[in-house]
Design a binder for this molecule. Structure first.
Ligand code: HEC
Length: 121
């Protein structure tokens, strides 16, 4: 009897542990399926201002490439600012040209570039 109980206890612990891991995994999978890491508020604000999300989604191609794909280009805030004001459609040959956003500010470019670095993998 004395031998049994620590064993049973550790089984319980393992079981509980596995449940936690499974729950966490499930949660991550759901987040992944939704395509997010939730977007920080300042990023949302920039996106809202220029309606970027009409054409760009986290993981799938819409009118433009996904954020994930864009993140792989590793643009600095400066490069991003220039590209937003004067897009270079030749960088994305199988997409329609992006409309220039002449009012895109350097501060906005930094917010988006920093965020793209974070979601990169
Ligand atoms: C009307 C649709 C549309 C909107 C709105 C839009 N984009 Fe795009 N974007 C595209 C398309 C299409 C491309 C690919 C062709 C191109 O670069 O011209 C693109 C390309 C890009 C690129 C890659 C540029 C390059 O040369 O590699 C970045 C970065 C980008 N968009 C970010 C943004 C951000 C940030 C916003 C909001 C401020 C935004 N886009 C708004 C359609 C859009």
């Amino acid at each position: 009897m004395r031998k049994m109980s620590p064993l049973r206890c550790s089984r319980w612990l393992t079981f509980a542990g596995m449940k936690t891991v499974a729950l966490l995994l499930g949660f991550c999978l759901i987040l992944d399926a939704l395509g997010a890491q939730p977007m920080p508020a300042e990023v949302k604000q920039v996106m809202g201002k220029y309606a970027c999300t009409t054409c760009h989604a986290p993981q799938v191609r819409l009118i433009g490439p996904s954020w994930q794909q864009l993140a792989r280009r590793n643009y600095t805030p400066k490069q991003l600012a220039v590209l937003m004001r004067k897009p270079r459609p030749e960088n994305w040959p199988d997409y329609p040209p992006m409309q220039p956003i002449p009012t895109f500010t350097n501060a906005d470019a930094k917010i988006i570039a920093d965020w793209l670095k974070q979601i990169q993998n």
